[in-house]
Design a protein around this ligand. Structure first.
Ligand SMILES: [Zn+2]
Ligand SMILES: [Zn+2]
Length: 151
């Protein structure tokens, strides 16, 4: 089955089943939210985004679903932000950039994911590349401020 991010609406149930997850409504809704909002939202943000459309969903349910889907590798936990976990429906290797000013987490799709050689005696399960700094818009604001206040 095609992996995310190539999942199109309507394929969520089949995708979850292929990950060994029973495609119950709340699970499908959380996965669909992540696919439609590829901004690496936190559990809180996902709950806020879903509660108006799904009165039956609770914060606890969202946390439980996120844990289940992450444990089954249907989605990915992103630990780049020390203050809260973020979630990603894109489970393919890609580089993350955290803006330390506006806290946005974006995918650096224009940068190739490097291959890492650590020796055949190791079995690599996961390679994460996380870069922190200022996003283009925050960097531009900082440059503008520096220019304005320069003595
Ligand atoms: Zn920013
Ligand atoms: Zn990502």
């Amino acid at each position: 089955m095609t992996r995310l991010p190539f999942l199109t609406p309507g394929e969520e149930k089949e995708y979850l089943a292929s990950c060994g997850v029973r495609p119950l409504n709340h699970r499908v809704a959380v996965l669909r939210y992540l696919v439609e909002n590829p901004v690496h939202p936190s559990a809180e943000e996902i709950y806020e985004g879903l509660k108006n459309h799904m009165s039956s969903i609770s914060k606890t349910t969202v946390y439980n679903v996120l844990n289940l889907l992450s444990d089954k590798n249907a989605i990915k936990r992103i630990t780049i932000d020390k203050h809260e976990l973020r979630y990603d429906a894109n489970t393919q290797e890609h580089i993350h950039f955290l803006c330390t000013s506006c806290k946005s987490v974006e995918d650096l799709h224009h940068v190739a994911f490097p291959s890492v050689e650590i020796g055949e005696e190791y079995e690599i399960e996961e390679v994460d590349i996380e870069i922190k700094g200022l996003c283009p818009s925050c960097a531009q604001k900082k440059r503008a401020n520096n220019w304005r206040y320069r003595p």
